[in-house]
Ligand binder design. Structure first.
Ligand code: C2E
Ligand code: MG
Ligand code: MG
Length: 657
């Protein structure tokens, strides 16, 4: 199983770790703020030279020199520290030192002046240094308290020394101490707030990261197939669009390859769904290893279907990759015992398409072509790789047109049924007819069933057409008792579709026809897999009274195993055996087949009886029923309705009389 972690579980740092984190972050902040802070502080400090000139003009020269000396020294020290990458603590010490020396450097010369009184007033500005230490610079709490305490002490010393009244000293002393207390308190609060802001920001960051991670995980989940871990259809469709637009814009050619695990439903039926899942995972892993070598992408396209997209330059490379894919699955040698084609391991059918220049090309086209190739690979007996060939009639645009035509056939009355009589050899009477479908194009040209039936099967149109045929047969011939039994050709696709038997039962109910009046002819065609659903459906149909006939016996691969599995009422021997009767070998072959079918207890119908000689031969062989141009060609319902009407007329007249 592919494990897609939704996102990393939330990481909760402890209090100590948080402190360390905070300190780190605060340091980073202080580092960036130290330089502009100190430059600004020094600038203001120097501007105060003006007040020196005004208030203490006699010593202003000294104070100004001191200001410049301290300011420039502080800035140079800081710049040098920054250049050397000194620790943040040392930057702080420089700032703190700048505050203290700035204060001393200004106060000492000022104190030397004549006018001590104005110094006494002037020193009030000392509180600004205290504020700088506590509020302006973001020094650590300890350092700012030490700095502001030193300033406070100097203030007290100076306060003691200045010639002033006691009231003055008391007032200013109180002022200094309250200033110290308040600014220290605010500093302490600020530090607490800063820590809270840090916590909130951290929480927001964690939440943001979580949301981003969750978003990414969801995106990953929405693009991943949970079973195999490959990309899912949605993701691969996007890749396909990218490949397509690269091809359109830049001419980069690419291949689309569809891979279908052969008889996978049978595998599930036989080994169970868990084994089925395991099989798909193994196939997916092997293929993704292979595709990686080709720098391609692989995705799960549906139940047992995978898709590979790979940029390639030449058709040969595409064919090689398709074959390599087939071989990879085969070489896994996963046992698959119950398939009926002689192989006992899991294999895959591969259909590949390569970009090719064509007018009005659409993105879906390449997938459609790969799908066609896949269909042909399956038809070719599976476990094979096919490259789409536009010149192949099965792939031609004609079948494209037919597919489109089939969609509108019923609504536009383009489809009809003709009936071919089936004669009972012993009585010589027409006991039944076979319903054969006819399709005409919009211009009235007939399309042979050999062309449109395979297309209808491939596109699934056969489901609706099949229901339509059964309903029409019941309404046209059976409801009015024109014919006793009508056989209808039914494709294995219909039998495989859930609800088919139910839909037949409801048609019988609607038309009031007994099931025993219908026979379903099954041909062993491409879909030779005798799926358990098919067997169940056949049983349900039998319960309805419908007879099951085997059509074209001897032409397919699975005829004999079908004979073993299903109790057919009648087996129709393919006309090719009768037509080969000209040679003694052919004659012996026909006799052998007849003996085989007879020994199994089925009634025998021989198809394609065209001549009197063939008819006589059938009598000699004791065949039950015959069908062919000698008995009658397929004809519209009207001709059978008319015959019955003639037979019925005396009765009708009597009745009306
Ligand atoms: P099929 O069921 O074996 O039908 C018999 C085919 O042999 C018919 O061809 C019929 O016209 C032809 N045939 C009958 N008697 C003779 C004869 O004496 N000599 C020769 N040479 N041919 C004869 P058709 O109508 O072209 O049908 C071809 C096939 O198409 C059918 O083979 C059947 O497999 C399929 N088909 C026809 N209608 C339906 C339908 O409604 N549903 C499905 N699923 N398949 C159908
Ligand atoms: Mg038939
Ligand atoms: Mg037939």
């Amino acid at each position: 199983m592919a494990h897609v972690e939704p996102y990393e579980p939330r990481y909760e740092p402890g209090p100590d770790e948080l402190r360390i984190l905070y300190r780190k972050e605060a340091q980073a902040k202080r580092r960036t703020e130290a330089r502009p802070g100190l430059w600004m502080a020094v600038a203001i400090y120097l501007l105060f030279s003006a007040t020196d000139l005004l208030l203490i003009p006699d010593v202003a020269a000294y104070t100004i020199v001191a200001r410049f000396a301290v300011g420039i020294t502080a800035l140079l020290t800081l710049e040098e520290q920054l250049r050397r990458g000194a620790a943040t603590e040392w930057l702080d010490v420089t700032c703190a030192g700048a505050i203290i020396f700035g204060y001393i450097g200004w106060l000492c010369p000022a104190f030397m002046g004549a006018n001590r009184e104005s110094v006494a007033y002037y020193m009030v500005f000392g509180t600004i240094f205290m504020m700088s230490a506590n509020l302006f610079f973001t020094l650590s709490f300890k350092l700012s308290i030490i700095t502001s305490t030193i300033i406070l002490c100097i203030l007290y010393i100076v306060n003691y020394l200045v010639p002033a009244t006691l009231t003055y000293k008391l007032v200013f002393g109180t002022f200094y101490i309250s200033c110290f207390t308040f600014t220290s308190y605010v500093n302490w609060k600020l530090n607490g707030e800063r820590y809270n802001v840090f916590l909130n920001a951290l929480e927001a960051k964690i939440q943001h990261n979580e949301a981003t991670e969750r978003g990414k995980a969801l995106l990953r989940l929405s693009r991943t197939d949970p079973l195999t871990g490959l990309e899912n259809r949605r993701a691969i469709d996007e890749k396909l669009r990218d490949c397509w637009s690269d091809w359109q814009r830049l001419g980069n050619r690419f291949a689309a390859i569809l891979i279908d695990v052969d008889f996978f439903k049978k595998f599930n039926d036989c080994y169970g769904h868990q084994e089925g899942d395991r099989c798909l995972i193994q196939v997916a892993n092997a293929l993704s290893d292979l595709v990686r070598q080709y720098d391609g992408s692989i995705g799960r396209y549906g139940g047992e279907e995978f898709i590979v997209l790979a940029r390639m330059d030449k058709k040969d490379q595409v064919a090689d990759l398709a074959e390599a894919i087939r071989r990879t699955v085969e070489s896994l040698a996963l046992p698959h015992e119950l398939r009926r084609d002689g192989i006992s391991i899991v294999t895959a059918s591969v259909g590949a398409a390569f970009t090719r220049a064509q007018a009005g090309a659409k993105l879906e086209k390449i997938i459609h072509e790969a799908d066609r190739a896949l269909y042909l690979a399956k038809a070719g007996g599976r476990n094979c790789a096919r490259l789409f060939d536009p010149t192949d009639p099965q792939s031609s645009d004609e079948s494209e047109n037919i597919a489109a035509l089939l969609k509108i056939a019923i609504g536009q009355n383009l489809v009809s049924l003709v009936y071919q009589p089936i004669q009972d050899v012993a009585s010589g009477k027409v006991e039944a007819v076979e319903a054969l479908m006819r399709l005409k194009m919009l211009d009235g040209t007939l399309v042979p069933p050999s062309l449109f039936i395979p297309v209808a099967e491939r596109t699934g149109a056969i489901l609706e057409l099949g229901r339509w045929a059964i309903r029409t047969v019941c309404a046209e011939l059976l409801a009015d008792d024109h014919i006793r039994v009508v056989s209808v050709n039914v494709s294995p696709i219909q039998l495989k579709t859930p609800g088919f038997a139910t839909s037949v039962a409801s048609i019988l109910g609607e038309t009031g026809v007994a099931g025993s009046r219908l026979a379903f002819e099954i041909t062993e065609g491409l879909e030779m897999e005798m799926h358990s659903d098919v067997l169940r459906c056949i049983n349900d149909l039998k319960v309805l009274g419908i007879k099951i006939w085997l059509d074209d016996f001897g032409t397919g691969f699975a005829g004999l195993s079908w004979l073993r599995l299903i109790d057919f009422d009648t087996v129709k021997i393919d006309r090719s055996f009768l037509h080969d009767c000209g040679t003694s070998r052919g004659m012996a072959m026909l006799q052998d087949i007849i003996a085989l079918v007879r020994n199994r207890g089925h009634k025998i119908l021989v198809e394609g009886v065209e001549t009197d000689e063939q008819m006589a031969l059938m009598r000699d062989f004791g065949i039950d029923k015959v069908q062919g141009y000698r008995v009658g060609r397929p004809a519209p319902a009207a001709s059978f309705q008319a015959k019955r009407a003639i037979q019925k007329r005396p009765f009708t007249v009597l009745k009306s009389a």
